[in-house]
Design a protein around this ligand. Sequence first.
Ligand code: FEO
Ligand code: CA
Ligand code: CA
Length: 664
Amino acid sequence: MSQAIEIIPGDGCDEPPCLETGNPRFGDLVTRRLKRRDVLVGGLASALVALFVRPSGGRAGNRLDFKPVPVSRADCVAVPEGYRVQVLLPWGEPILGRMPAFTINNSGEDQAMQIGSHHDGMHFFAIDGSSDDGLLVVNHEYVEPRLMQASASGLRLGVDDAYLIDGRRPADDVLKEMNAHGVSVVRIHREADGGWAAVADPRNRRITALTPMELAGPARGSDFVKTKYSPDGTSVRGTLSNCASGATPWNTYLAAEENWALYFRNDDSKDGKPDQPREHSQYRVPRGKTRYHWELADNGDDAFVRFDASRKAPSPTEDYRNEPNAFGWMVEIDPFQPDAVPVKRTALGRFAHEGVVFAPPTEGRPLVCYSGDDAKFQFIYKFVSAQPYSKANAGGHLLNDGTLYAARFNDDGTGDWLALAIGQNGLTSKNGFCSQAEVLVNTRAAAKHVGATRMDRPESGAIEPTTGAVYFSLTSNIKRKPDEVDKANPRAENYFGHIVRWTEEGNDHTATRFRWQLFVIGGDQASGRDLTGRPLNENNLFACPDGLWFDADGRLWIQTDISDSFLNKGRYEPFGNNAMLCADPQTGEIRRFLTGPLRQEITGVTTTPDGRTMFVNVQHPGAHTSADEFAHGGPGSHWPAGGSTVPRSATLVITREDGDIVGV
Ligand code: FEO
Ligand code: CA
Ligand code: CA
C-alpha cells in the first residue's frame, strides 16, 4: 500500500493560487502572508466584556509561535509558513480484503474494504509507543449519495430525493452508503522521506452501519431495545452518524452517535394525530421519510427495512419500533482487537452525542468523562463511574455503572451537576421515569426535568492538561430569543457561537459543583471577543466553534463548522472557509492555523505521541452543490485531486519542515 510521497512546498506569495497536484497522494500546501485591516469594535460585544475574567498571571511566554494564515475562500488547504501538509486516506482508499481501487463505480461490497466518507473524530493509537507507526481510527459521520453513486446523476444534485428511482433505492446503493458510514481502523506509518502511508495489517478494519454490536449498561435487555433482530435487547446492527470521538485511558476508542434520528422514520398515528413515543419524538425521529431512504431498498432486506420504526406487527419483537432506541449512544471499539464486538455504553446517556473527553484518571478514584448533546437548547453531561479506576484492570466495565449528570450554569458563575439517577431529583415513576433504563433512553427528558441549563448546541469538550479546566464549544443557536438569554448563553440569535470553560470544585472531576467563565465569543471584529475582552481580529476571527482538543503542551485547537449552506454568504462572509485555530488558554491569544477547501468543515485532530505529526480531517468538501451549480461546472469543490474530480473527505497530515512540534 506504500506509494511515493509528493509534498509541495509553499511559495510564500501573498495571494497564492490553489495548489493541486492530482497525484495519488493528493499532496498540497499553501503558504500565505498576512494583510492588515482596520479593527472595528462596538455593539453588543462591548457589553459582553464584563462576562470575561482577565487571566491571572500565567506565563508571559508565547506558546503560539506560528504565523497565522488569513481567511481563505479558495478550494485548497492553507497552513502557516514552515509547515507542510499531505493528504492521506481519502474516501474510497482501499485498506483491506481484496483492496478494490477507488472509482465512483465501486460497489457496496467494495466500500466495506475502503475508507468511509465524511471523516470526523479521530485518534492515533501508537504501536509500541512509536511516533512513526500506529493505528489511525477515523469516524465517518455521513455520506452524500449525489457525490458517491454512479446512479445519482450530478445533474440532479440539490434536488431532494433525487436518488430515489420509482420510489425505491437500488439495494447496492444502500449497501454502499451504509458501508461508507461507521469507523475505519487503519495502520499508517511514516516513510523514509517523511510522508505517511497506509499499510496492510490484520488490524485494518471497517466498522459500518451493519456491524453487529453489543448493548451494555442499564439499557441492555430493557424493553426499550428489544427488536425483531434482538428479542432480548442485547444487540444491534451498526453505528450511525459518528461525529467526534474520544480515547479511553485503557487505549480504546469511543465513537459518538450524533444525528442518528434522521436515519429513521416513525409514521404511527392515533386518532389522526402523530403518535411517537417520547424516546423518538424528543430526538426528532422524522415522519414520512428518512435521511437516505434506506428503508426503501428494492430488495426489502431486513437490515434495510429496519429504518422504518413504525409499528408493523403485534409485538415489539416482531418489528423495528424500538430500533431507534439502540442508537444515540457512545460506542466502544478496541482497535487492537479486530475481532472484538463494538459495545454501546448506555450508562453514558442517549442523545446527539457530539463526542467524549475523559478527565485524567486517578488511581483509586472514580473515572470521569464529559459529553455534549449537539442540538439547540440541549445539555452538557458528565459521567462518574461507580467503580474506582485502577490502571491494572481498567476497561469498558467502568462505563457500565455510574452516575450521569447534567450541567446547570448559574448566572453568578457557579454551576451544579444534577444527577440523572432514578429516584433522585424528581426522576420517579410519578414523573414518568420508572427505571434507570428509562432515564437513559430518555436522557434529554431527564435533563430537562432536573433543570439543567439549555445550551447553544454543545459540541466538543476538551480538558486543559495543566489545570484540569474543562472547555466546551457551543456552536450557535439562532433560535434563542432575547428573553431566553442567560450568562452562559449570552446572545440572542447566537449566529457565531462561543466557548465556555469551568473548573470543578477542589479541582476534583467528581465534584458536583464548579465555577465557569466564557473563554471566547465567536464573531468578526465587531462581535467576537477573546478571553480578555479584546476584539477578535483578522488573524483569529471565527464562527461556529465545533471540534476542541488540547495537545500535550496545553494548546487548545479550535475547529469551525459554519454550515455549508451558509459558508461565505451574508453574515458569515467574513469568515471564509471553515478553519482550525489554536489558542493559548492562559493568555487567551488565538491564531488561525489552517484553512480548508470549499464547502467543508474541519473535523477531528490527533497527534503522534511526540507531537511532531498532526492529523486533521476535512469533511464534506463540495457539500450543498445545487443542481444549477453542477450544471455549470460540477461539484462546489474538487478537493483534493482538483480538475473535474469528485470531492472526497480525507485526512491531512501536518508536519513542520524543521521537524519540530506542531503549534510551537
Ligand atoms: Fe457532527 Fe455536532 O458536529
Ligand atoms: Ca462536530
Ligand atoms: Ca458539526
